[in-house]
Design a protein around this ligand. Structure first.
Ligand SMILES: NC(=O)CC[C@H](N)C(=O)O
Length: 437
């Protein structure tokens, strides 16, 4: 009986939200009281009324139900189209300052586990989902999503029309919003908060980078390893700049045999060069690359002296260090299904992406090659400057979450380091086009 009542409630609510393309009206908010939530077993009713608001800077107000932490939080709303991997997304430090809206409507069904963390914390501003799973079922599940977010003080909302918000972001571009469970604040106050905050020009890297250098040894666990991992001439020492580095970048480098020293974002270039590394990795990281001129300076002082690999924020910083410009995209790329063409091999990769900024290739100096393009919009997705032993990707070869098509990039970096070791004036390195297939 109880099961029947629950399933009716869910489908009824799903229908009302599926057909709504405008901000939920008071009537719709009333309808959503039918949605169920696990009872804590302490006599609470097993459903919940709307108790949260998402107020966007365009004046739209989205009533929702809260889970995780409560409070009031401002952030930039971005939508992510990944079908799986919400835990990796929650722990990707590049989402600092942002609310992640998942377009996949059903979230929380696998709970969270000990192994899928991409960093030691959740740095994002909040999570926006359509439907919160009423139960968790996975052999690795250690905790329910709501409890995990509450412990980490991250706000989540559900029972909100994520399709309508996504359409709005696609049409109007990224929007700042305020999430609040605080009834004492008026809609107007929340709107003013969202209008008076901006993510552009803010150094978000300093809030997510490690504080001191350390060694990294963890590899991809054997049961998840999908590549032979064997590359002749491994055992290279890589210094990895932590601009908000995802652990899977480090795991993949370790799996390929690299010895890794992770250093903070402010670590001087001279100290790095003193370590005599075989290569330097510039990691992913949150926010506006133009807000961190100190990092661009560091990159400038390293390129040309040792092989380098930039991923996402690292790619953008390399673009700026080479004299190029970065710009803010309309709504960016966030998801595990972005087609990219590798212009060196002609192959198309399905890639994992998470960025709102991009390098404008027209502003780059001669000799810098665009190696990859995003096939959805033609934007620059990868660069190489063979004369300076430099390669970079705007997306995520570590693919966590995401497809593994681009893992070969780590082999290319190792190849670049190998060539760097043998480098002579007559024998300038060329990026080889290693491909896993
Ligand atoms: N994943 C990242 O490194 C993101 C890069 C940068 N913060 C952007 O949004 O474009």
């Amino acid at each position: 009986m109880a099961t029947k009542a629950l399933s009716f409630a869910l489908s009824f609510n799903d229908l009302t939200n599926c057909f709504s393309s405008n901000p939920p009206s008071a009537a719709a908010a009333k309808v959503s009281v039918f949605t169920v939530r696990c009872s804590s077993g302490n006599g609470e009713r097993p459903w919940k009324n709307s108790d949260a608001r998402l107020v966007l800077e365009d004046g739209s107000i989205w009533r929702a139900k809260s889970f995780g932490a409560s409070g009031t939080q401002v952030g930039e709303v971005v939508f992510n189209t990944s079908l799986t991997g919400y835990q990796e997304i929650l722990t990707d430090p590049s989402y600092a300052g942002q609310f992640v809206l998942m377009t996949n409507p059903h979230i929380g069904n696998t709970g969270v586990n000990f192994d899928d963390e991409e960093s030691v914390q959740c740095f994002l501003g909040g999570l926006v989902i359509r439907s919160l799973s009423i139960s968790t079922s996975n052999w690795r599940c250690a905790k329910a999503l709501g409890d995990y977010l509450a412990e980490r003080n991250i706000m989540g909302i559900y029972d909100v029309d994520t399709r309508a918000i996504t359409r709005r972001l696609r049409e109007d571009g990224s929007l700042i919003g305020v999430l609040s469970t605080d009834n004492s604040k008026t809609d107007e106050q929340l709107l003013q908060m969202s209008k008076s905050w901006d993510i552009v020009g803010v150094d978000l890297i300093s809030g997510v980078s490690c504080k001191s250098p350390h060694e990294w040894v963890d590899k991809t666990k054997q049961q998840w390893e999908f590549s032979s991992g064997k590359v002749a001439g491994e055992n290279f020492h890589v210094v990895a700049y932590d601009f908000g580095i995802k652990h899977n970048i480090l795991r993949r480098l370790a799996s390929y045999g690299c010895k890794i020293t992770v250093v903070p974002s402010t670590w001087p270039a001279s100290e790095t060069l003193n370590m005599k590394p075989d290569g330097v990795l510039f990691s992913n990281g949150p926010g506006d690359p133009s807000a961190v001129p100190y990092a661009v300076e560091t990159v400038k002082n390293i390129i040309g002296k040792v092989p380098v690999f930039g991923i996402c924020m690292g790619h953008q910083l390399l673009g700026q260090a080479l004299g190029g410009k970065t710009f803010k995209m309309k709504f960016g790329h966030h998801g595990g299904n972005h087609p990219v063409r590798n212009l060196q091999t002609g192959h198309v990769e399905i890639s994992a992406q998470n960025h709102n900024y991009a390098v404008d290739p027209a502003t780059l100096p001669e000799g810098v090659k665009v190696t990859h393009i995003n096939l959805n919009d033609g934007s620059c997705a990868g660069l190489a400057f063979p004369a300076q032993q430099l390669m970079s990707l705007q997306y995520h070869p570590e693919a966590s979450p995401g497809p593994h098509d681009s893992d070969y990039a780590f082999k290319e970096f190792i190849e670049l380091m190998k060539q760097g070791k043998n480098r002579t004036k007559e024998n300038l390195p060329q990026l080889s086009a290693l491909h896993s297939s």
